[in-house]
Design a protein around this ligand. Structure first.
Ligand SMILES: C[S@@+](CC[C@H](N)C(=O)[O-])C[C@H]1O[C@@H](n2cnc3c(N)ncnc32)[C@H](O)[C@@H]1O
Length: 217
């Protein structure tokens, strides 16, 4: 990953949402923040959990100016890397924060305020001792339901078949999630025309990708 940043921190700050005391006040509940305090204009909001290097946020922010995109990423260096791309394009409809997405979905996002939640290629945490770090649990599914508007959509993509099957089974047991037709794979027209950085890597390697979408009903 490129180390030197071309933009100073001040140039990134309009695109960052600082979560007060995210690390120092760990454990203390955070206050909900309305989207009107985060974005300049009111538009439908889509949230991406674990955006990594931010290809989806950047491409979507450019292609869909009528939508606000809010990214949550737990690793600071990825947040800064992605936010630099967003700042270089001066995207008024994209904001990022660095935090545990579970905490943000549980405490900060206003209930029933989100049109789409995207979860792309979450870490599979193969080793048994790391399984407790798995993002997509029943608790996480309930948090997604809490923030989605009625009729809102959960969009899930992974290269890991076991993970896909686990999530499919989990969500099949929650009547408030109605399975939709899966989104189609695009035909990339250039090197950055992929859903995310991980999608680009895995499709180049010829790995199968599993995709699903659910509507909150
Ligand atoms: C395998 S990477 C995929 C990155 C990106 N979605 C992509 O497809 O290119 C998973 C990402 O989720 C982030 N992540 C893991 N757990 C998280 C959490 N609890 N909250 C927010 N981000 C998280 C990781 O730091 C990492 O950037």
């Amino acid at each position: 990953m490129r180390k030197t940043k071309r933009l100073p921190r001040e140039a990134l700050s309009p695109f960052l949402l600082d979560i007060p005391g995210e690390w120092t006040m760990a454990g203390r509940p955070l206050d909900p923040i309305p989207w009107t305090a985060i974005f300049e204009q009111e538009r439908p909001v889509e949230v991406e959990v674990g955006f990594g290097k931010g290809l989806f946020l950047t491409n979507s922010g450019v292609a869909r100016p009528d939508t606000n995109f809010f990214g949550i990423e737990i690793v600071r260096k990825y947040q800064l890397y992605a936010t630099e791309r967003i700042a270089l394009r001066n995207l008024p409809n994209v904001r990022t924060c660095c935090a545990d997405a579970k905490r943000i979905l549980r405490e900060v996002v206003v209930p029933e305020s989100v049109a789409v939640v995207h979860v792309f290629f979450p870490d599979p945490w193969w080793k048994t001792k790391h399984k407790k770090r798995l993002l997509f649990t029943r608790e996480f599914a309930d948090m997604v339901l809490r923030v989605l508007k009625m009729g809102g959509v959960l969009h899930f993509v992974t290269d890991v078949q076991d993970y896909f099957e686990m999530v499919t089974e989990l969500l099949a047991g929650i009547p408030a999630f109605a399975l939709l037709d899966p989104p189609a794979e695009n035909n990339p027209e250039h090197d950055m025309d992929y859903l995310t950085n991980f999608e680009r890597k895995f499709r180049r390697e010829g790995r199968p990708i599993h995709r699903s979408r659910y509507r909150k009903v």
